[in-house]
Design a protein around this ligand. Structure first.
Ligand SMILES: Nc1ncnc2c1ncn2[C@@H]1O[C@H](COP(=O)(O)OP(=O)(O)OP(=O)(O)O)[C@@H](O)[C@H]1O
Length: 245
């Protein structure tokens, strides 16, 4: 479903270039939850941003559901991007819009009718258990509620893939668990493939089917979560597991 082949990303600067991703290859099967774990500065954010080409790779290809998006024109890419949802650590909601209007935004941009928007937004808010907050503004919501709004908004376009950029890192442990449970529920109910990045092994253990460990821009280990936990081959993977247990 998501295939990265030989992705390299070099940031070009006058003071010197920096290669943040080095020959990264990954395959995320349809309907699975795939986690990428790494320490600060390992290249996680850069990697997840290359998947929807927010950060175009310097070399390598990205293929989503059979479409190699790295070779598309900008108009074709804009169309494909609608199938790729993304949520962020700091939610990225519009503070001047209510919960309802935040979720409605992608549908307004697609030219949906008012009646169809209302039906869809209420359905999405029910899915994330926020039916009672439609008229609230983001400033009056908890962190977990804000992330639920962001999830509902990104699901509005019925994406095939959901990218989660440290989606629970700003949340307390109980709220983290409820958001992870929601992501698992969405994955199972809507069959959406999820790729997430995190610095916490408990996130991987809780919902991921497969995991890759990234260090200094390279994937140093990957496999099924159960197998990597029972038989880690790289010292850094062992460190992450020890922090978890
Ligand atoms: N625009 C940029 N120009 C130059 N270097 C960059 C740029 N963006 C990221 N980097 C560098 O690339 C490396 C990887 O950064 P990245 O943000 O992907 O790491 P990360 O694993 O997500 O870290 P964190 O968990 O702290 O967010 C870092 O050394 C960072 O300084």
């Amino acid at each position: 479903m998501i295939e990265l082949k030989n992705i390299t990303k070099t940031f070009l600067h006058k003071k010197g270039n920096f290669t943040a991703l080095k020959d990264v290859s990954l395959f995320v099967p349809k309907g699975k939850i795939f986690g990428i774990i790494g320490a600060s500065g390992a290249g996680k954010s850069t990697l997840i941003r290359t998947i929807n080409l927010l950060e175009p790779p310097t070399a390598g290809t990205v293929t989503i559901d059979g479409v190699e998006i790295t070779s598309l024109s900008s108009s074709a890419l804009a169309k494909e991007r609608r199938h790729i949802g993304m949520i962020f650590q700091h939610f990225n909601l519009l503070s001047s819009r209510t919960v309802f209007d935040n979720v409605a935004l992608p549908l307004e941009l697609e030219g949906w009718s008012k009646a169809a928007i209302k039906e869809r937004v209420l359905e999405l808010l029910k899915l994330v258990s926020l039916e009672d907050k439609t008229d609230h503004y983001p400033a009056n919501l908890s962190g977990g509620q804000k992330q639920r709004v962001a999830i509902a908004r990104t699901l509005a376009n019925s994406p095939k893939v959901l990218l989660c950029d440290e989606a629970t890192s700003a949340l307390d442990p109980a709220t983290t668990n409820s958001i992870l449970a929601l992501l698992k529920d969405i994955n199972e109910r809507l069959n959406i493939t999820i790729l997430l990045i995190t610095h916490e092994m408990k996130v991987i253990k809780k919902i991921c089917d497969e995991v890759a460990v990234i260090s200094e821009g390279k994937i140093i280990e990957q496999g099924l979560v159960g197998e990597v936990f029972s038989n880690p081959t790289h010292p850094l993977t062992r460190e992450f597991i020890l922090e978890y247990v």
